[in-house]
Design a protein around this ligand. Sequence first.
Ligand code: NAP
Length: 258
Amino acid sequence: MDLGIRGKRALVTAASKGLGRGCAMALAEAGVDLVLNARGAEALDATAAAIRAAHGVQVTTVAGDITSEAGRAAVLAHGPFDILVTNAGGPPPGMWHDWSRDDFIKAIDANMLTPVALMQGCLPAMIKRGWGRVVNITSQSVKSPIPQLGLSNAARAGLTGFVAGTARQVAPHGVTINNLLPGIHDTDRATALDGGVVKARGLTMEEARAERMATIPARRYGTSEEFGATCAFLCSQQAGFIVGQNILLDGGAVNLTL
Ligand code: NAP
């Protein structure tokens, strides 16, 4: 399907690996020029080179911490953008009684206030042009809490509330905002979470993965490629009537009727 976005410009943050990289690759396949961000310059440049080689689009890299004001200013300086995909690393797992105020502020900063600031930076130009697409990478924990990821549950719930209202405010201008909610996907983040289970319960990595896969109706982890393809569709012309939605990509793991 031609997504109708060839020649548009997208900002994808936290995009050198994993789900962000998957989104960047899929947008590039649709002919979108990219500004990509991550902290580590080496992996970021390698991803940019792979995307240019695969799809021939323009890719600019901006290395920096997207959760810092300076990091956000550096990427936003490359605007205006037609498409914004927000992403950042997720907060660490832990126990509710151990988290300090500072831990909560850090998580809220990274996984709520950073995407909010990026939207505030990009939406005015989208509204002015009468067209825009925003996709926020959040988590299945928005619909079904993951107890040990309480920092993520809390911060992402805040972002979800902001998007629910704001998406309706910008929709009259041809701008859509939606959230993509990953369940478990085969990325470094999943390896780190499984590593925690290995350490806590004395399992092998294979056992930890097999145990987790058994809880997913699709009996496997998702891939960055299929996640990216869904993101690119949400950024397409055809997705213009999808507004303020929270779309689960979880192999059926969250047991919900609606
Ligand atoms: P990943 O494979 O660990 O990749 C994270 C990417 O983000 C890397 O490119 C990393 O590069 C970059 N990054 C991390 N912190 C950053 C920061 N402060 N500023 C700029 N770039 C940053 O993670 P993932 O699995 O793709 O996960 C992406 C998001 O989805 C996370 O928020 C995660 O919690 C959430 N999620 C993932 C899963 C899953 O199963 N994978 C499930 C639910 C939710 P640098 O380290 O070089 O900065």
